[in-house]
Design a binder for this molecule. Structure first.
Ligand SMILES: *Cc1c(COP(=O)(O)O)cnc(C)c1O
Length: 359
């Protein structure tokens, strides 16, 4: 890529319409976010120079944690340097040998790796299969149980059954973590995510949200009860033993958060885009998955066919990735289209016409 992340990008000097980014609200290259980053650098320099517990916890880090706790209506929030590290630190801290981690088979790789790292027992249930999940919860006598799910599944775009997850976790005395990497900023009023969009819940799950997707910057937040966050500060190795994120980035994230909260019009446009794309595909008899989010996969099955279609679209200045195993299950290679609120409906029609032509 030879240009900034955006809906139109350059590879060498050639311009492409981009359908590969997680920058759902167009904040990665937003003038106000860039200005905030520059202002942050002027005030705080390029890097933090230390880990949080030594001397790397600076004003913008702290302000961002307070703002995120408030946003997710949690007691406290803790800033990690990336979503991968947040999942590793959080899950490895809460589970140990003898505990049981139960997770959806389509969860993100970082959640699977975290479970392995913790040495806890691991059970995985079929994607969104609440019956199989309940069986696992009933059968198992582990003294501590931890249930973990993506809230929006990163390669399928569908949403977890959040109400059921929350009530099963409560019924069987399990902790529950929901990974809002693709829900934060995209779903719900003010972009509060899939958990808040699910309506009134019996209990509050622990939320992990990444800042590198809809927020357009970098880093991640774990939001939850005060004692959980205090425990993570003391015990989460990916928090303690790494240099804190550049303070200027935390400063830019604060500005991005204000923009994200006030982007209900952008989220409404994103919904129009999704509906337009789905209608266009119906008109040419292309079957999509049951996704109502900006992640719209078109399953083609064979790897070679997925690659071929992506190449043909590339020739037509459309950028999309062929996603293949092991990122997705065998025989489910796909083109994964992702949309941004900065796409126009005309651009969705251009994409659709090109898909029709290459098919
Ligand atoms: C992207 C992603 C992560 C990792 O977040 P990073 O900040 O990119 O490290 C974790 N979980 C899910 C579901 C993701 O899609």
């Amino acid at each position: 890529m030879h240009s900034a992340q955006d809906v139109r990008v350059k590879i060498k000097s050639r311009e492409f319409l981009n359908f590969t980014s997680n920058d759902y609200l167009g904040l990665a290259n937003h003038p106000k976010v860039k200005e905030a980053l520059i202002a942050g650098v002027k005030k705080y320099g390029a890097g933090s120079g230390a880990s949080h517990l030594i001397s790397g916890h600076q004003t913008p880090h702290h302000e961002l944690e307070l703002a995120m706790a408030d946003f997710f209506k949690a007691d406290k929030a803790l800033l990690f340097s990336s979503g991968f590290m947040a999942n590793l630190g959080l899950i490895d801290t809460l589970a140990e040998r003898g505990s049981l981690i139960i997770q959806d088979k389509l969860n993100h790789a970082s959640i699977l790796d975290a479970a392995r790292l913790s040495r806890a027992g691991l059970k995985r249930y079929r994607h969104n299969d609440m019956g199989e999940l309940e069986n696992l919860l009933v059968k198992n006598k582990a003294k501590e149980k931890l249930l973990v799910s993506d809230s929006v599944f990163s390669m399928d775009g569908d949403v977890a059954k959040i109400k059921s997850l929350v009530s099963l976790a409560k019924q069987y005395s399990s902790a529950l973590i929901l990974d809002e990497a693709h829900g934060f900023g995209v779903l719900g009023e003010n972009g509060r995510g899939a958990v808040f969009a699910a309506g009134k819940l019996e209990d509050k799950p622990i939320i992990m949200a990444t800042l590198g997707k809809a927020l357009g910057t970098y880093g991640a937040i774990v939001a939850g009860p005060a004692d959980l966050v205090e425990y993570l500060v003391q015990k989460a190795r990916t928090y303690t033993y790494t240099t804190s994120l550049p303070p200027a980035l935390a400063h830019a994230s604060l500005t991005a958060l204000e923009l994200l909260k006030n982007a209900d019009d952008k989220r409404a446009h994103l919904l129009n885009i999704i509906q337009r794309f789905k209608a266009n595909m119906r008109n040419i008899n292309v079957r999509l998955m049951d996704s109502k989010t900006p992640i719209q996969p078109l399953i083609v099955g064979r790897n070679s066919l997925a690659i071929k279609l992506a190449e043909k679209l590339y020739e037509r200045n459309i950028l999309v990735q062929a996603i293949r195993p092991p990122t997705v299950p065998e025989n489910s290679a796909r083109l994964r289209f992702t949309f941004s609120a900065n796409h126009t409906l005309d651009e969705i029609d251009v994409l659709s016409q090109n898909i029709k032509a290459v098919l």
